[in-house]
Design a protein around this ligand. Structure first.
Ligand code: T46
Length: 130
């Protein structure tokens, strides 16, 4: 997984970024949600999904995202609205170090279903077989 840089379509009126399902991200979008007003010292996420794939964009401000496959961890910085990060299913994700103005937009491949979440890290490591 790595940061994707999307083309910025700009002119004298300002900037525009277009992201198309399947073409620019590898799934059909069934849900969007966004986080704002997050506290810099309070991480969010801290779970994995059995099935849901997510694409994360800090459309305003910045945050860090740590992705963990049970063996390896990598931390990414989302600090421009044209940067996106794919979080595949069965990857443990933690969003942290939010700037005060961060709006984190998430495009998701599935409708919301709490049964799709693994919120316990020990259980996650067992399921992923790491
Ligand atoms: C993720 C990070 C970035 C819903 O009712 N529908 C939804 O689509 C979502 C995402 C959440 N909820 C409810 C469930 C909880 O009662 O909203 C409440 C807060 O959700 P959660 O504690 O999961 O929030 P975060 O910020 O820890 O995690 C969320 C997403 O769940 C997660 O997939 O990657 O945002």
């Amino acid at each position: 997984m790595s940061i994707v840089e999307h083309r910025v379509l700009g002119d004298h009126r300002g900037q525009l970024i277009a992201i198309e399902a399947v073409r620019d991200i590898p799934f059909e979008i069934k849900r969007i949600f966004y986080i704002y007003g997050a506290q810099p010292n309070t991480p969010r996420g801290q779970h994995a999904h059995h099935k849901t794939r997510q694409y994360l964009i800090a459309v305003s401000g910045s945050c860090h995202v740590t992705l963990d496959d049970g063996e390896n961890k990598a931390t990414y910085i989302l600090n421009q609205p044209n940067l996106g990060l794919m979080q595949e299913a069965m990857i443990w994700g933690t969003m942290h170090d939010f700037s005060h103005d961060c709006v984190l937009l998430v495009l998701a491949s599935e409708h919301y279903d709490e049964a799709d979440y693994i919120r316990d890290y020990d259980q996650y490591v067992k399921v992923v077989g790491a």
